[in-house]
Design a binder for this molecule. Structure first.
Ligand SMILES: Cc1cc2nc3c(=O)[nH]c(=O)nc-3n(C[C@H](O)[C@H](O)[C@H](O)COP(=O)(O)OP(=O)(O)OC[C@H]3O[C@@H](n4cnc5c(N)ncnc54)[C@H](O)[C@@H]3O)c2cc1C
Ligand code: SF4
Length: 351
């Protein structure tokens, strides 16, 4: 085992997995996160019950955090970034923003994504009307125990609209990608609202439904057949207000007619943008970004978890929209690749 640590940047589901995997085979790890807490988006943004496990994020991801924080082989630096990363394989040097210098055998970037900011979609009412909220805000309402309510006056909504693909699949605002998980998360939120507020009607406005793989039955069909969530295939024009309720205007694209429906609460199913730090991370670590601004992966078939720079690996939503399960799987693969690289470095040093 290399006595030089492996540097893991980012302590979300991917970084926690990579750190745990490495430490569990005796490899020392330095784990750096710019936030004051580990756990990544599910903890920092207060997600409620995760799909597809149904576990509370604070339990599922909180358990991953504790496992890493209690491991003596993982040296955790919170409120910290990597200020410089230089050298060659076998002779890397990294300077952390807290002044510490280390000589890592390899690095794994697990720096995740940034939530789409709905103010970039002003015609859909966010920032203008307090009762237009995002899926992360609804997750926080559920996880805090307050329940789903209208922020303007605290009342329970009688009618909720969830608008899909906000900040995804939208060429007009330069976001062509599908964020993969928001259809499933929205169907799950719709079912949770129906369970908590049985008199509340929930509508999901969609372009296409992408409850991919095994999620089709458990979320798409269950939300309609068991929970009576209504799906409208529509092109939305705008979200306004008549002074009492929010008004969603658009065109039902199945029957090709304009539709105007009043709601108490409108929820934007926000997508996953590239991490706002990616340009800086790319410059610091000398890795390439792919055209949308995520960290570019080396060809997967030969080198899972690789980047454009030997010795620097990547996993999770840093590479593009990913689910937690897939982020975990990628992080395991990147940890294995980094370990093999570090051991190759030991062999190189002994030559
Ligand atoms: C509303 C919403 C709900 C979701 N719900 C689910 C769900 O139920 N199930 C599911 O499978 N997926 C869900 N997802 C997707 C899930 O959030 C991601 O799959 C997951 O967070 C990816 O983990 P990650 O570790 O790659 O990245 P992140 O969770 O983004 O973690 C990245 C970490 O890196 C740190 N970091 C960032 N930049 C730097 C830097 N420059 N230096 C140091 N540290 C840095 C951050 O502080 C953070 O701790 C949801 C997404 C959204 C938008
Ligand atoms: S997962 Fe669904 S809501 Fe999310 S971007 Fe893809 S199609 Fe749109």
């Amino acid at each position: 085992m290399s006595s030089a640590p492996i540097l893991v940047v980012g302590g979300g589901p991917a970084g926690l997995t990579a750190a745990h995997a490495l430490a569990s085979v005796g490899q020392p790890v330095v784990l750096v996160d710019k936030a004051d807490r580990l756990g990544g988006a599910p903890i920092l943004s207060g997600y409620a019950k995760l799909v597809p496990s149904g576990e509370w994020a604070r339990d599922a991801i909180g358990g991953m955090v504790r496992r890493v924080e209690q491991n003596p082989l993982v040296n955790v630096h919170r409120n910290t970034t990597v200020a410089a990363f230089e050298g060659e394989p076998g002779r890397f040097r990294a300077r952390l923003s807290n002044g510490q210098e280390i000589e890592p055998a390899a690095a794994i970037l697990c720096t995740g994504f940034t939530h789409f900011d709905s103010v970039n979609k002003p015609e859909w009412g966010f920032g203008t009307y307090p009762d237009v909220v995002t899926t992360t805000q609804v997750e926080q309402m559920l996880s805090s125990g307050r329940g789903v309510h209208c922020p303007s006056d605290g009342r329970e909504p009688e009618r909720v609209a969830i608008l899909l693909c906000v900040g995804s699949r939208d060429r007009q605002i330069g976001r062509e990608w599908c964020s993969k998980i928001c259809c499933t998360v929205s169907a799950n939120i719709a079912m949770e609202i129906r369970e908590a507020l049985p008199r509340c009607q929930v509508y999901i406005y969609y372009m296409d439904i992408r409850t991919f793989g095994l999620y089709e039955d458990k979320y798409y069909w269950a939300s309609q057949e068991e929970y009576r969530v209504k799906y409208i295939k529509a092109r939305i024009a705008e979200v306004t207000s008549d002074g009492k309720r929010l008004i969603v205007k658009g065109e039902d694209t199945l029957v090709k007619r304009p539709i105007t429906i009043p709601f108490d609460l409108v929820v934007h199913a926000i997508g996953m943008d590239p991490n706002v730090d990616n340009v800086l991370l790319a410059a610091t670590f000398g890795v390439k970004l792919e055209p949308h601004g995520h960290i570019a992966r080396a060809p997967t078939y030969s080198a899972m978890g690789g980047t454009s720079r030997p010795g620097v690996f990547v996993a999770g939503a840093a590479t593009g929209p990913e689910t937690i399960d897939d982020s975990i799987a990628q992080a395991q693969a990147a940890a294995m690749a980094a370990l093999a690289f570090a051991q190759g470095g030991l062999a190189r040093a002994a030559e």
